[in-house]
Design a protein around this ligand. Structure first.
Ligand SMILES: Cc1cc2nc3c(=O)[nH]c(=O)nc-3n(C[C@H](O)[C@H](O)[C@H](O)COP(=O)(O)OP(=O)(O)OC[C@H]3O[C@@H](n4cnc5c(N)ncnc54)[C@H](O)[C@@H]3O)c2cc1C
Length: 295
């Protein structure tokens, strides 16, 4: 059975969307990196959230998460890599696994950093965003892992365990990295090759690699769902949180300025309610269709 609604991102927008869709009795799955990875968690003091001045971002997020949990929201920790439209549902890839939902609410925040040179050109020809999905393709080959997310050392260890020859590239030497993995300090990065990737160039020096794993927190919404219309680099939505794709809504920082908590929570409410209505309409039209067919 598909979920009624899948929310991508467990920051304030996603959690607000979840509780408001649950209030309309919809089954809701939130797929997210650990909610403590929301940028808000780093805010020492938030003074502009109505009625609750002086709270830390961490205290607010803990409370938001508990609230969503109490409503019966289902949580799944992981990074959504791709969303595929099926007949009347969407299929979300999370690593090597999938989940299905009738409507999707994108609450991914803002993805930091631009693409690296060569990233788009070599995507699928050596560039990967998922070690668990693509690791086996590079057994006994040299690969580079660019660690931009907290779980990246674990993924690098997984690749090393598969038999890949891993070089880990990051700003600081990470904790918990398999001692057999060599570490290179990140600098200016470029992915180079001909037909396929041959190396990761770090500050002009090539580290041989047939696979380059770019492990980031977030995936830009247009990479998640090709065909999504953007406006000024943000997901374009109407006042109801509808995107350019049917059954896909968006809320929070990913829809544009101001990048603020109250706007994220408010847009989450709107998107949660509208997505619930969309699911109801879908169910009604499916019932009418089956009556017409005499089922
Ligand atoms: C230091 C700091 C201080 C701030 N102080 C204030 C303040 O005082 N007042 C105020 O109003 N605002 C403040 N903000 C801004 C506020 O944090 C944001 O506006 C708010 O967090 C946006 O919420 P969101 O849910 O849209 O996105 P986010 O909070 O960014 O949450 C998005 C979540 O989705 C996850 N995610 C993204 N892509 C994927 C994917 N593909 N799969 C799975 N998970 C994914 C991310 O890891 C993240 O956990 C501050 C921000 C920072 C960084």
């Amino acid at each position: 059975m598909p979920y009624d609604i899948a929310v991508v991102g467990g920051g304030p927008a996603g959690l607000s969307a979840a509780i408001n869709a649950r209030a309309r009795n919809k089954s809701v799955l939130v797929v997210s990196n650990d909610y403590r990875e929301s940028p808000l968690y780093r805010a020492k003091q938030v003074d502009n959230y109505l009625g609750m001045p002086g709270q830390s971002g961490a205290a607010l997020l803990d409370a938001f998460y508990r609230h969503a949990e109490e409503t019966g929201t289902v949580f799944r920790t992981g990074r959504v890599l791709n969303i595929l439209p099926l007949d009347s549902t969407y299929c979300l890839s999370i690593g090597t696994e999938v989940e299905e939902a009738r409507a999707v609410i994108l609450c991914t925040g803002v993805s930091q950093g631009k693409k690296f040179p060569g990233e788009a050109a070599f995507l699928g020809r050596g560039v990967s965003y998922c070690a668990t999905c693509d690791g086996m393709l590079y057994r006994s080959r040299p690969v580079a892992v660019v660690g931009l997310a907290p779980d990246a050392p674990e993924e690098a260890n997984f690749l090393q365990g598969l038999g890949c020859r891993v070089t880990y590239v990051s700003g600081r030497r990470p904790e918990g990295l398999d001692p057999a993995i060599s570490w290179v300090k990140a600098g200016r990065l470029e992915i180079v090759g001909e037909e396929a990737v041959t190396a990761l160039r770090v500050n002009g020096t090539d580290t041989p690699a047939e696979g380059v794993f770019l492990l980031r927190h977030a995936v830009p919404p247009t990479d998640l769902l090709p065909g999504l219309t953007l406006e000024g680099g943000y997901v374009a939505v109407d006042r109801e949180g509808r995107t350019s794709l049917p059954g896909v809504f968006a809320a929070g920082d990913c829809t544009g300025l101001p990048l603020q908590l109250a706007k994220a929570a408010g847009e989450g409410l709107v998107a949660g309610q509208r997505a619930a209505e969309y699911v109801d309409q879908l169910s009604d039209s499916e019932k009418i269709d089956s009556i017409k067919k005499g089922e």
